[in-house]
Design a protein around this ligand. Structure first.
Ligand SMILES: Cc1ncc(COP(=O)(O)O)c(C=O)c1O
Length: 415
């Protein structure tokens, strides 16, 4: 693209952001897509080249993402929900999992962790999270395991690196597969290894509020070529993937165009080249964006801890978080409810969110469905009732942090 055009697009992008900046400074939003003219130009280049659907740019994005994660394979798709769905469906496709098998999940997290489990006829086993990191409680997970348990699905809630190595060791002894949901944890690390590089398979989301974005998007990682092939097949109508031969023959079909051979019952959850072009630029900025996030988190944490009855989580020494939000827990002795504090903060321009779906088996959609609950899920229910989070995206400035501080102080002046 010619340099004059590139400069014009950059100028236009900057001038639109400038026009919004006064409003932006008034609000501490939970998510914000941090990109610049580089992503716009990359996406535009696809449009100018008539590259609308999945093509070579998706392949490049997959190669670069796999390299970043230090795994062999990455398969891009249209969302993190699809990523969880296809990760499980690929295990079913390969005979590693079947309807009725159990999948251990944390009770406190987002619905997209369990919806695919129910949709595929699997049975979620809800286990409580641990106090330190809101990650699967390892001891309870071990106790919850039964003969029917075939998959453990840990989730890095709000980007906190949990003790995944314990799960991997346990699962290896029992021949159980591990599916890591990293949809809130892009680029986080546990003991020097990327979250998402531990399990048999892992899922990432590029939704607009996440650490890097393609608007909507997701990706599944694995180092097993059979899982990779199965994912590619399922992603596109269940048809034979990248066959060396143009034509397929068996005892029924002869010399049939491979593009119209259904090998398995598939989906269409492809990512477009336009989204992937944006994703490639975003990926190249991920580490830098996470450093900025951690800086914002440390300032917000300082403010939170200055206020009685509020606490937050702390990342273990040596680990790297990929904070999606800053978790805040209200003590049971507090003279106010979550609704009281959140409504006040919202009125002062501080967006808040409940801790996702709280305790999933308590949600209307899941109450009556076939599942197993281990223990009393006491912490998940505490999070359901008393936890919330605020944003920590890299575009936040000191003015947002001081607005947050003032908003909390003015709320506390009532008590
Ligand atoms: C833990 C978790 N898993 C899965 C998803 C689904 O991702 P997506 O919104 O891309 O479908 C989300 C959503 O943000 C999530 O928080």
């Amino acid at each position: 693209m010619d340099n004059i055009l590139k400069q014009a697009i950059k100028d236009e992008f900057l001038s639109r952001r400038e026009a919004e900046s006064a409003d932006f400074k008034k609000k501490l939003t939970v998510g914000f897509p941090v990109y610049d003219e580089q992503e716009v130009l990359a996406a535009l280049d696809c449009l100018l080249n008539l590259r609308l659907s999945q093509g070579p740019i998706v392949k490049d994005f997959e190669k670069e993402a796999a390299l970043y994660m230090d795994v062999n394979h990455a398969v891009a798709m249209n969302s993190g929900t699809s990523a969880n769905m296809l990760a499980l469906a690929s295990l079913i496709n390969l005979g590693m999992l079947k309807a009725g098998d159990e999948v251990i999940v944390p009770a406190a997290t987002f619905s997209s962790v369990v919806s695919p489990i129910y949709q595929l006829g699997l049975v979620p086993v809800y286990v409580d999270v641990s106090e330190d990191d809101w990650f699967l409680d390892i001891d309870q997970m071990v106790d919850a395991c039964s003969e029917k348990t075939k998959v453990i699905m840990p989730v890095y809630n709000l980007g906190f690196p949990g003790r995944i190595e314990k799960i991997i060791d346990f699962a290896a002894e029992r021949d159980i597969r591990v599916l890591e949901d990293c949809c809130e944890a892009h680029g986080g690390e546990r003991q020097g290894k990327k979250l998402g590089a531990y399990g048999d398979v892992s899922a990432l989301s590029f939704f607009v509020a996440h650490n890097i974005t393609t608007g909507e998007g997701g990706m599944v990682f694995s180092s097993d070529p059979a899982i990779d092939n199965s994912l590619r097949e399922l992603r596109e109508f269940g048809r034979v993937f990248d066959s060396e031969n143009r034509f397929f023959s068996d005892e029924v079909l002869s010399d049939y165009d491979v593009r119209y051979v259904s090998k398995s019952v598939g989906y269409n959850v492809r990512m477009t080249d336009v989204a992937a072009a944006m994703g490639r630029v975003q990926l190249s900025k991920l580490d830098e964006l996470n450093v900025k996030r951690r800086n914002v988190v440390s300032k917000i944490t300082d403010v939170v801890l200055k206020h009685e009855w509020l606490s937050t989580l702390h990342v273990r020494e040596g680990d790297k978080s990929a904070h999606y939000g800053v978790p805040i827990l209200i003590d049971e002795s507090a003279p106010f409810s979550r609704k009281d504090i959140c409504v006040h903060l919202e009125n002062q321009g501080i967006e808040t969110r409940a801790m996702m779906m709280g305790c999933l088996p308590d949600q209307p959609a899941f109450r009556e469905l076939d599942h197993r609950v281990h223990g009393d899920l006491s912490l998940s229910r505490i999070l359901r009732d008393r936890a919330f989070f605020v944003g920590c995206h890299p575009a936040l400035e000191d003015v947002h942090i001081s607005n947050f501080h003032e908003a909390l102080d003015s709320f506390y002046s009532r008590y």
